[in-house]
Design a protein around this ligand. Structure first.
Ligand code: FAD
Length: 430
């Protein structure tokens, strides 16, 4: 049986970053991807973060198939008929070396996979890794769904995304409860570039993103999103799986509902729907992470629950963790030391970076929003009603108007409750 130094399972951002790092270090590396090609199975908004990507391939943005550099980011707090908009725009984000980009993963992952192959790794598509191979209690390879599909390696890096069965088979985690998962649906709607630029107020080639809170999820914990690509718009919505199940709401219905919103409809009007996709997002955060390593095996990306839902970051955590896992595999293979002490370096690397520091910082966020639904339901409504009153010129003296605005707040939450909510938010996010 042919033997490799490293087997990577899954060719998403985590797996490709891991394979690239291993191959560049001269390790004999193979990647298995169940999709027809890397990116074919992926569903991401998607915003790609430059700095994390440059950690893998410096200057990637000069060649990679990116959609638009993002110059404007927005949060919209919506009721069914109105919205309070908050955002930031900077021309600097539109200049080299840029900040973040919108991407279509089907194109981007394919390009990244080419770089991985150029670095010397082998990528085998349309192959599912079904199990891990063991010698005593050490992982020594994988079993694929190909005939004679067993393959051995010194190290296996699991990067198979959110539903990682191998992580479970390796005994690193149990079942993921529905309150640790969000379900998201996304549609790609084609529109000419000039129309996108007109509708979003952009210069040629520039991009904007909008996160939508409140009405798009019927007040459930979650968000909608609208991202501008070159000649299409990615539009989607995601909410906590446990709430979606409990309220018996079909996620497709959420997206259709959001597309009809009076602030959203004009942005996509006349567009042609090209793709409809659904996916899970691991939202459990730091407290829900599996064990990150066991003898002969490391886990990275979504398989390790490395998603920062508060900041909509996943691909960057995936790439950084893929790189750190690879560096740890390189250390282990070059020294012949596969002990737990050596593999613990992976966790240390994550801990010394923003990856675990951020997840640790927000470790109570999921719990806070689950236990306090008012943040996604009552607050967007309150904010909209207060702004409606503020902008209505109706010959009411301003002093009286301020009283009315205070009354609106009180109708939703007492001032004591508002103070408590803000304090809890500050404690968890601050
Ligand atoms: P994945 O990208 O899921 O890749 C896993 C790969 O493994 C897949 O290609 C899959 O086909 C393959 N695979 C799975 N099982 C096997 C197996 N047994 N054998 C072989 N191959 C296998 N993140 C951002 O940074 N920005 C965003 O804007 C953003 N928006 C998002 C919007 C949505 C709707 C969703 C669902 C997610 C979003 N994320 C975003 C999160 C981001 O997509 C993930 O965090 C990121 O893709 C994780 O990368 P990964 O490599 O760990 O997993």
């Amino acid at each position: 049986m042919e033997k490799f130094d490293v087997i990577v399972v899954g060719a998403g951002p985590a797996g490709l970053a891991a394979a690239y790092t291993c191959a560049k270090a001269g390790l004999k590396t193979i990647v298995f991807e169940r999709g027809e090609y890397p990116g074919s199975k992926n569903v991401m908004g998607g915003v790609l973060y430059r700095q994390a990507t440059e950690e893998i391939i410096p200057g990637f943005y000069k060649e990679a198939p990116l959609e638009r550099p993002i110059v404007e980011q927005n949060y919209w707090f919506l009721t069914d008929k109105s919205g309070v908009k908050m955002g930031y725009r900077s021309e600097k984000f539109g200049e080299e070396p840029y900040n973040n980009f919108t991407v279509l993963r089907a194109k981007f992952d394919r390009w990244l996979a080419k770089q991985v192959e150029k670095a010397g790794a082998l990528i085998i598509n349309e192959t599912v890794v079904e199990d891990l191979l063991y010698e005593r209690d050490r992982v020594v390879g994988v079993r694929t769904d190909r005939p004679e599909g067993d393959l051995r390696a010194e190290m296996v890096i699991i990067c198979e995304g959110v539903n990682s069965l191998l992580t479970q088979k390796a005994g690193l985690r149990g079942d993921i409860p529905p309150e640790h998962l969000a379900v998201a649906v996304k549609e790609i709607i084609y529109l000419p570039a000039e129309k996108i630029e007109d509708r979003f107020g952009l210069e040629k080639g520039q991009g904007a993103v909008i996160e939508l809170i409140g009405d798009p999820t019927y007040g459930m914990m979650g968000t909608g999103f609208i991202y501008t690509n070159r000649e299409s718009i990615s539009i989607g919505v995601g909410a906590l799986l446990s709430e979606v199940v409990q309220r018996k709401i079909n996620p497709n219905e959420l997206l259709e509902h959001m597309k009809q919103h009076p602030l959203v409809r004009p942005l996509i009007e006349g567009g042609e729907s090209k793709e409809y996709l659904a996916h899970l997002i691991p939202e459990g955060g730091y407290k829900a992470m599996p064990r990150l390593y066991a003898s002969g095996v490391l886990v990275a990306g979504d398989s390790a629950m490395l998603v920062n839902g508060i900041h909509r970051e996943g691909s960057n955590l995936a790439m950084m963790s893929g790189k750190f896992a690879a560096q740890t595999a390189i250390d282990a293979i070059s020294t012949g030391d596969f002990s737990n002490q050596m593999l613990a370096r992976y966790q240390e690397r994550l801990q010394n970076s923003f990856v675990l520091q951020d997840l640790q910082k927000y470790q109570n966020a999921t719990g806070l929003f689950e236990e306090n639904p008012q943040y996604f339901s009552q607050y967007p409504a309150m904010l909209n009603q207060v702004m409606h009153e503020f902008f209505t010129v109706d010959n009411v003296p301003k002093k009286e108007k301020q009283k009315k605005m205070l009354e609106i707040i009180r109708q939703h939450r007492s001032l004591r409750q508002v103070a408590g909510d803000m304090f809890k938010l500050w404690r968890v996010l601050g």
